[in-house]
Every structure is written in C-alpha cells, then in structure tokens.
Design a protein around this ligand. Structure first.
Ligand code: BES
Ligand code: ZN
Ligand code: ZN
Length: 490
C-alpha cells in the first residue's frame, strides 16, 4: 500500500473511492455531503458502522471519537469492507485535525488502513485480497489545527512501519504448527537480519545444553522439532538506553503429558504469539532506526507428548540453579521463559526488561479477551507499558503481585513449583513464578505482559480480524519511541 500526502483539497483528488470517517455527533455538519442518503440508509455513525454509497464512490464509516483509538478502528473497518472488491485501487481520505493530537490520529488512521487490509490466505485456494494499492491523504481536510507536511509525513511513515510489523507478526502466528516450528522461527529471524541492520544469533540444542537451559530442553524433549533460542539485536551507535525483550515462542502447546482437553488445544498454534511479537517489534525498531539498543530473545519450543516427555513429578534445574517441581506439564511457558530470561540477563544488562507471553488462561478469565495483563515488582515499568499500550490502541491493565499468592507456588521438595496450589489468581502466580528468574539488578526494571487474551481473535473486533492480532507489537514500538523522546528531553 502506497501513501501519498498532499495539500490539495480532497475534492480535487482523483480516486476510485473516498473514505469519510464521521464522528457520530458530526453527522449534521455541513461537510457531510450525503446527509439525506445516509439517513435513508439508516446510517447513524456508530463506531465502525460502514455505509458504502456505491454510485457516489463514497464510503462512510462511523467513529465515537477522533482520538486514535476510534479512528484506527474505523479506518480498519472501512478497508475490511472493501476486501475482494477489485475496483477500488486508489482511495482518498482527508485528515481529521479537529483533535489537538492530530498527528497521532493521522498515524492511527494509517495504521487502521494497513491493519484493515490484512488477510491470511496461505491455506485458501481462492485468495481474497485488499484491492487498495494507493492512498491519497489530503492535509486540507477538516482542519482546525495545523499539521506541517513534515510532521504528517513522519506520522504516516511510522504508522506504516508499526502496522506492517503487526501484520508480519500476524502472518507468523497464523501459520500452522507443522509449517512454523522452532527451526522455521529461527529462519524467519535470520532472514529478518539479512534484510536489515539487525544481528541474529541462533542457539541449537548443543549450545542450549552448554548454557544449562535444562528446563527449556525438558519441555522440548518429546517433540520431533528441536528447540531454538533466538537472539536478535539492534545496536545503533548513538543508543540512549538499552531494552531487552523476551518472547514465549511455543510453536505448539498440546499441554504435554498433562494433555489439554480437545477443545482447549485448538488455537494453540497461537502460543508462539509472544515470540512472534518480539520478531515484529525488532523489525519495526530497525526500520525506524531508533537510537535505543534493543535485544529480542525468543524461546522457540514445541510442547508434545511421547515416551521421553517430561513429566509431572520431575524436578528440573533452571539456568540460574533454581530447582522446579513439575506438577503440570501444561504450565510450560513459564519454564521456557525462566531459562530464556536468565540467558537474556546474562547476555545484556538492560534499562528495561519486558517479556511477552500467552502465559495463562487465567489472565483471559480475569480481564477478558481484549486486554493484556501487566505484571512485575515495580510500578514504573508496569505503568509505562499500560500508558504506551493505551496510546497505541491496545488494552492493558496492571495485575499486582502480593505476598499471599507468592506462597502458593512454594514446593515441599524443590525451590519452587511450576503451578500454584490454588485455582485462583493464576495469571499473577505465573508472573510471580517468572519473578524467581529475574536477577536483583533487573528486579525493578522488569514487566511481564500476559497477552493470552488479545493475541488470538475468534470473533473480529476493532482493527483485529479473526486469527492472530499481533498483540504487543504496537504497544512496545510506542514505548521504545517514547524512551527516545524521554532521553532527548533530558
Ligand atoms: N498456553 C497456555 C495458556 C493459554 C490459554 C494461552 C488459553 C492462550 C489461551 C499455557 O501454557 C497453559 O496451558 N497454561 C495453563 C497453566 C495451568 C496448568 C497452571 C492454563 O492457563 O490453564
Ligand atoms: Zn500450556
Ligand atoms: Zn503455553
């Protein structure tokens, strides 16, 4: 999709279609040309409601707010309604500058257009694609605030990068477990490095053994697909801060010997969403060439059953020497992350350490399908994640640790148990388990982001179609961009 920004007024731009995002309250405004027709069609301008006036070559879509969150979702809905309609190659759209943070809403609009044009056709004989190749953006829109060409161009450019990175992550997650297994994830990372400024290192089983990642190796043991730990690095010369990202890359989670019930196993190809998000974030950071050193670590593993599978009753020793009593092999993500977190901290001393994981069903029960749970020992990194997620149009909320729940992962026979002794508070106890593998020096710099709810979408919502959403990608790009601005203002 090509974007062109112009100061030409919207009526003078040639296109196959004009997309008009209308604030429900503005339906009576003079700039809405087709008031009568829209009324006849029953269009009321509610969020994401689409009305295509075919003969006028105008497509109206409603939004409840001109803030990014509404505009992104509306733009995506408009593009989604055009999927497969081949006539609409070039669309035009005006900017919505009535909101004081208008460059943010322009970026959101671009993100919405790119995210809404996403389709995953790899396994379909008939491919349905977005027809839209060119988007003409008029800066002479509904202006009450000024937006310079330079600011607008930056908003469009960064919006394109962050939405394309989200779509890149969606493609990886949507790929089936026998087409995307640990070796393939490592290939994707290596290919990413070959085509960018990123550096990539891949650890295979021999190296993992040497690094004493025994818990990760135990989870991987029953699979015919051997595990990989991937390290991608973005190291600009003028780095203002160092950020480490760690992702859970379970290319399939059958539950292992504590086998998942049939209905719960379906969609577990999405258990690689954290690792896939890290791949997308690294891609975007290198394309934006941000002056922050960013390291991405991914534990790519398949959790299967078999004669040599790890078992409930095993005691495993993690890379940092802590022993773990296994009582459920389906709580495997935390075992993989334990070793990868230890490895990441050994390799890089960071100002911030974030991990992304589809870690617990309990997080989905607790906060719903749309929201990520943000955990950690200190408020600062957690608050930063929640704030930046909100700005990026992702839902995230803090889930605070407490000393009472901490006791529920005690083990009678080892240093810690991989599950809690209570049915309740499972997202937090999983987070507190991970905390056992965070070094003293990173304790206050770490946040764990449980994306189990939003990572995979059963019924489309906002800018997310069925399937992988790319959760975590836009929030973290925003956060890293914010670190650049913070460093500049000091
Ligand atoms: N990958 C799952 C968590 C999950 C569940 C992600 C639903 C997305 C949607 C994880 O490995 C898991 O199975 N967790 C168990 C932990 C339990 C055994 C303590 C769970 O949540 O049931
Ligand atoms: Zn599991
Ligand atoms: Zn899992």
């Amino acid at each position: 999709m090509n974007f062109n920004i112009t100061t030409e007024s919207i009526s003078n731009i040639k296109s196959d279609l004009e997309i008009i995002i209308v604030h429900d309250k503005d339906l009576k405004h003079t700039f809405v040309q087709d008031k009568k027709l829209l009324k006849k069609a029953g269009f009321t301008g509610t969020q994401d409601e689409v009305c295509h006036l075919i003969e006028k070559n105008r497509l109206y879509v409603g939004t409840e707010t001109l803030k990014g969150v509404g505009v992104r979702s509306a733009a995506a809905s408009a593009l989604r309604s055009l999927l497969g309609k081949k006539a609409y190659k070039t669309v035009k759209i005006a900017t919505y500058l009535s909101h004081p943070r208008c460059s943010a809403s322009l970026r959101a609009m671009v993100e919405g257009l790119v995210l809404g044009s996403y389709t995953f056709n790899n396994y379909k004989s008939t491919k349905v694609k977005s027809p839209v190749k060119n988007v003409e953006i008029s800066l002479d829109g509904y202006n009450t605030h000024e937006l310079s060409m330079e600011t607008a161009a930056r908003a469009v450019h960064n919006g394109e990068i962050s939405a394309n990175a989200t779509n890149f992550t969606r493609d990886i997650v949507n790929t089936t477990p026998d087409d995307c297994y640990p070796e393939i994830m490592a290939n994707i990372a290596q290919e990413l490095a070959e085509n960018s400024t990123l550096k990539c290192k891949v650890l295979k089983p021999k190296a993992l053994k040497k690094e004493k990642m025994e818990t990760l190796l135990a989870v991987a043991r029953a699979s015919r697909h051997k595990p990989r730990v991937i390290h991608l690095a973005h190291k600009p010369k003028n780095a203002k801060a160092v950020v480490t990202l760690v992702g859970k890359g379970l290319t399939y989670d059958s539950g292992g010997l504590s086998l998942k019930p049939a209905d719960y196993m379906v969609t577990m190809k999405s258990d690689k969403s954290g690792g896939s998000a890290v791949l997308g974030i690294m891609k975007a950071i290198s394309e934006m060439n941000l002056p922050i050193e960013v390291h991405g670590f991914i534990g790519a593993v398949e959790n299967m059953i078999g004669g040599d599978a790890y078992k409930p009753d095993d005691v495993l020793t993690a890379k940092n020497g802590k022993t773990i009593e296994i009582r459920n092999t389906d709580a495997e993500g935390r075992l993989v992350l334990a070793d990868v977190l230890c490895y990441a901290q050994q390799e890089v001393k960071a100002d911030y350490l974030f991990d992304f994981a589809t870690l617990t069903g309990a997080c989905v029960v607790g906060v719903g399908h749309y929201t990520s749970g943000v955990m950690g020992n200190a408020d600062e990194p957690k608050d930063l994640v929640v704030k930046m997620a909100t700005q990026a149009g992702e839902l995230a909320t803090k889930l605070d640790f407490n000393r009472h729940l901490k006791k529920t992962i005690k083990s009678e026979i080892a240093d810690v148990c991989n599950i809690s002794n209570t049915r309740y508070g499972g997202a937090i106890t999983a987070g507190q388990f991970l905390s056992e593998f965070i070094d003293e020096e990173h304790k206050e710099k770490w946040a764990h982001i449980d994306i189990a709810g939003p990572a995979f979408v059963e019924h489309a919502w906002a800018e997310n179609p069925h399937g992988a959403s790319g959760a975590g990608v836009r929030m973290m790009i925003r956060l890293i961009e914010k670190l650049v601005r913070t460093a500049q203002s000091h």
